[in-house]
Design a protein around this ligand. Sequence first.
Ligand SMILES: C[S@@+](CC[C@H](N)C(=O)[O-])C[C@H]1O[C@@H](n2cnc3c(N)ncnc32)[C@H](O)[C@@H]1O
Length: 279
Amino acid sequence: MMKNKTSLFLTQKKLLKEAGCEDYEESAKFLFSKAFNIPLDQSYKYQSYQELNERATFFSKMVSRRAVGEPTAQIISSRCFWNNDFYVDKTVLDPRPESELIISIAKVLLFDGMKVLDLGCGSGCIGLSLYQENSNIRLFLADFSKKALNVAKKNALALEAECKLIHTDLFSNIDEKFDLIVANLPYIAKEDFFYLQKEIILYEPHEALYGGVLGLDVIQLFLRTVGQRLNKNGIFVMEFGKDQDTQIKNDLLRFKYRRFDFHKDMDNIKRAVCVKKDT
Ligand SMILES: C[S@@+](CC[C@H](N)C(=O)[O-])C[C@H]1O[C@@H](n2cnc3c(N)ncnc32)[C@H](O)[C@@H]1O
């Protein structure tokens, strides 16, 4: 007997739950919405049997991938971040909601003609979201992963954003100066890395996450040189990990920065710092 879509949905949702998928409800909805090409908030609605036949296999195949741990965003090749859906695949970090804090801090700083660098751009979600806030900025997206830069380029084209892509290890291939630098660099400490969810370890690029023994290797190299790459009165906004704020404050003072504010994310955790260059 042919099942309607609601029962198909419930069966597949149960399958995800039994497979140990923590966000089984949300995953099932996203995959269902993708398979049947209907808006997320209508994912329970009944459609025709014919459509069910055409798309049910597609839905079930995606659920099977999710059941073995593949992240939903990679299965549907999309992650909603700030105001847009970004293309994502296994070569880039799946953008996290807490990184939207950088946009909240930086968007009020933007002005026409401002030179903005997103260093460690991954999918480009931070820089491109800022471009959406003011398309008169001059945007540069930089990463040491060529594959990530390809993803960022794809997203820039989809959003019709003008930007320059730079392949670089931190500032090694960058001679210019900027008015604003935003950076979400790797900051997971060695000890924490092994406690990450299995699906993160298996499906996300380690070089986007791992920040050395204490998690601060890349960030400290960044802090050492970022001032030289900022224009007069330039600003940088940087994300970091839970409980890293004290060490970062010490580093900022060590590198002679005095004008900075720490910002908390939606979980009330200090997650980003906005730093103004002194001269
Ligand atoms: C935590 S991910 C952030 C990606 C993206 N900005 C986001 O918020 O979703 C860190 C990114 O920094 C890049 N990266 C790591 N070390 C780097 C380095 N030394 N120079 C340039 N990019 C680097 C990684 O390839 C990765 O894309």
